[in-house]
Structure formats: structure tokens, C-alpha cells
Design a protein around this ligand. Structure first.
Ligand SMILES: NC(=O)c1ccc[n+]([C@@H]2O[C@H](COP(=O)([O-])OP(=O)(O)OC[C@H]3O[C@@H](n4cnc5c(N)ncnc54)[C@H](OP(=O)(O)O)[C@@H]3O)[C@@H](O)[C@H]2O)c1
Length: 338
């Protein structure tokens, strides 16, 4: 399929009709030059409901039919982690660009295979690490890179929510690769990679719940030059969801939902404060969508902001932590060629 020109919209196909698919679909309307061409669900009735709610012209009763739809340029994968590799391969095989929800896969083996098939096919693939695309986070990244904070040695990040254990919820389902690490922990981990790169040393711990997934986990990433990232993810308490990035000239602090593009307070050593960034319109997914549209129009097969090798390295880091915790998912046992 030829790349969409600047004169025609980039046409999206939504694969899966769950919670996040709905939020992203509503933000797609905020992106000039993007439109939803089709939705695919395992059930016609779900596809129809979604199509009606978001004014989508075509509703498919299978993911296969969605990816085969000639009216679709980019497939957005919004299924549980356990399906990402399979659903991405389906779309890539059909020649479609793919934006795949985080975590990119269940493990690094799956992530590498997704990257391999995308590169072989010359097709765009990106992990939907939406945090990176918020204007607020772009500004913060620049402040750190440009030395506005001085020498940055310390990051403290919480991402937590109170969710009672529910075996019927994908978040607690081992078969679907639920748990806090892949659902929430991936955000502060990706932030650490974004600001400092891969850690030189990792300490981590997790508490398992009754469904045998991690209901709380935490980590300390250390860097040989003395930098440190301390993070935690939890379903067992809402611990504030704050983020502090501290340097020798001051600290940036967000008190609530830092990964959602919310503004930060910049406090300098003399005590003066100012606000960095502004709350996004909508749910905040429009920035990653716009980025993917630009990449696809430019004929790119990879994002320079969320590179595939970095997504794989993040998965490798999470694999190593899970190995220490003894958290094995059914996907980990699948043979690569099965
Ligand atoms: N970026 C973000 O802010 C954000 C927020 C939440 C979640 N996520 C990510 O988005 C993905 C989906 O999360 P979600 O919260 O939207 O999940 P969800 O509400 O449970 O929806 C998942 C959808 O996947 C499809 N699906 C296919 N096989 C399934 C299975 N065996 N069990 C359940 N659903 C299945 C279903 O769609 P059909 O019935 O239509 O086939 C379902 O509605 C995950 O990777 C998660 O980490 C991202």
C-alpha cells in the first residue's frame, strides 16, 4: 500500500473495542488529517456498538477482516498484552502500519519477533508509549537535556491505583499477562530509558496477588555515573501518582498523573517556582496519533521518539525482573515457531 499523501487523511483501523480503544478513538477526532476508517472486534455486536459511538464507517466481526480492509492504513492494537505479538503480526502481514499498545509484548522474545517481521516487511511499528509525545514531557526532556536542572541525579516516580483483586479483569489475569509491571511499571521504566538510557544495575521486588500476578512492584535503577531512578507501581493503593526529577539547580514535580501529560512545578534552589506545560485537551492520546500519522506520511518504518530497539531493551529489563520474581506467563512458555 502506498503511503498516504499530505492531501488525504491517514486512515486508522481500531483492533479491539475495550477501554483504551475508546479513549484513543475519541482523541483521534482531534488530529487533523487522521480518521477512523474501520473497527474490528471478536464480535460483530461490539464492533457495531463501537462504530456507532465513534462514527466509524465499517465494523468488522474479526481482526482478520479489519487488517484486510483496503481502507485502513494504520492498525491500532488495543488488545491485552498476551495478544500483542499475534495481532501485530496479523496486521504487518497484511501490509499495515501498526501502533501497538504498551507494553509492546509479554517478553523480549515476542518483541524481537514483532520488530523482525516489521523490518522485513518494511512496515511501520511503534509501541504506544503516549507519555513521550505529550508537549509537557517533550519540554521536560529538553530541560533535562539542556542542563536547565543542572546535573540530574535523582528521579522518583509513582504510578499506582487502588484496584481490588478481580480475577475477571484482564489486569489480574495471568493468561492475559496482567499485573502491575506490564500495565503500569512500564511507564516509569520507559521514562528512565528516555531520560538516562538503560540502567547499569537493577534492583526490584514484587508482591504477588491471589491470581498469581504482581499486584505491586518497585525498582531502583542505578547508573554507573551516580544517577538513580526509584519507581513503584501498584494496584493496592493510590500513592499519589507523582513524579520528581531533581537536579543540582532545582526540581521538577508533578503531583498527579505525571504520565498523562499534566503540568509540572519547577522549583529552583532559591525557592522560586513556575509551571511547566499545560494539561492536554481530550485524553491526551492525540499527540502519539499525530506522530504516527507524520511518520507514515513521511514513509518512515520506525519512530525516532520511541525506537523499536528501545522497546525491546525495555522488555529485556522487565524480563530480567520477572525472572527474579518467578513471574512466568503462559506466553513465556510458547515456542517461537508455534
Ligand atoms: N495508553 C494507555 O493509557 C493505556 C491505558 C489502559 C490500557 N492500555 C493498554 O491497552 C491494552 C488494552 O487494555 P484495556 O484496558 O483497553 O483492556 P480492555 O478494556 O480489557 O480491552 C481489551 C480488548 O481487547 C480485546 N480482546 C481480545 N482478546 C481478549 C481477551 N482474551 N480478553 C479480553 N479482551 C480481549 C477485546 O476487544 P473485542 O471484544 O472488541 O475483540 C477487549 O475489549 C493493554 O495493552 C493495556 O496495557 C493502555
Amino acid at each position: 500500500m502506498s503511503a498516504p499523501s499530505s492531501t488525504r487523511p491517514v486512515r486508522w483501523g481500531i483492533l479491539g473495542t475495550g477501554a483504551i480503544a475508546r479513549l484513543v478513538a475519541s482523541d483521534l477526532a482531534l488530529v487533523p488529517g487522521a480518521e477512523i476508517a474501520a473497527v474490528g472486534s471478536r464480535r460483530q455486536s461490539s464492533a457495531d456498538d463501537f462504530a456507532e459511538a465513534y462514527d466509524v464507517p465499517t465494523a468488522h466481526a474479526s481482526y482478520g477482516a479489519l487488517v484486510a480492509d483496503d481502507a485502513v492504513d494504520v492498525v491500532y492494537i488495543a488488545t491485552p498484552h498476551s495478544r500483542h505479538a499475534e495481532d501485530a503480526a496479523l496486521a504487518i502481514d497484511a501490509g499495515k502500519a501498526v501502533l501497538c499498545e504498551k507494553a509492546l509484548a509479554v517478553n523480549a522474545r515476542e518483541a524481537r519477533s514483532m520488530v523482525e517481521v516489521a523490518r522485513e516487511a518494511g512496515v511501520f511499528l511503534m509501541e504506544a508509549m503516549w507519555t513521550r509525545f505529550h508537549p509537557t514531557m517533550s519540554r521536560i526532556r529538553r530541560m533535562v537535556q539542556d542542563g536547565e536542572l543542572g546535573s540530574v541525579h535523582t528521579v522518583l516516580a509513582d504510578i499506582s491505583t487502588l484496584r481490588p483483586t478481580d480475577p475477571d479483569d484482564r489486569l489480574f489475569a495471568r493468561d492475559l499477562a496482567g499485573g502491575t509491571l506490564l500495565d503500569l511499571g512500564v511507564y516509569p521504566i520507559a521514562l528512565a530509558f528516555d531520560l538516562f538510557g538503560p540502567p547499569d544495575d537493577v534492583l526490584s521486588t514484587a508482591q504477588m496477588g491471589p491470581t498469581d500476578v504482581d499486584e505491586q512492584c518497585a525498582g531502583i535503577f542505578s547508573y554507573d555515573d551516580g544517577r538513580q531512578v526509584v519507581w513503584q507501581a501498584s494496584f493496592r493503593a493510590d500513592a499519589g501518582r507523582g513524579l520528581t526529577i531533581a537536579g543540582t539547580k532545582g526540581r521538577l514535580r508533578n503531583d498527579r498523573n505525571w504520565w498523562k501529560g499534566q503540568p509540572f512545578t519547577w522549583t529552583q534552589r532559591d525557592g522560586s517556582t513556575s509551571t511547566v506545560g499545560a494539561a492536554p485537551e481530550g485524553n491526551g492520546y492525540q499527540f502519539e496519533v499525530a506522530h504516527v500519522c507524520n511518520c507514515v506520511r513521511d514513509g518512515r518504518t520506525e519512530s525516532p521518539v520511541m525506537p523499536l530497539d528501545e522497546s525491546v531493551a525495555i522488555m529485556e529489563t522487565m524480563d530480567a525482573m520477572r525472572e527474579e520474581w518467578g513471574l512466568v506467563y503462559p506466553n513465556d512458555r510458547k515456542h517461537p515457531d508455534s
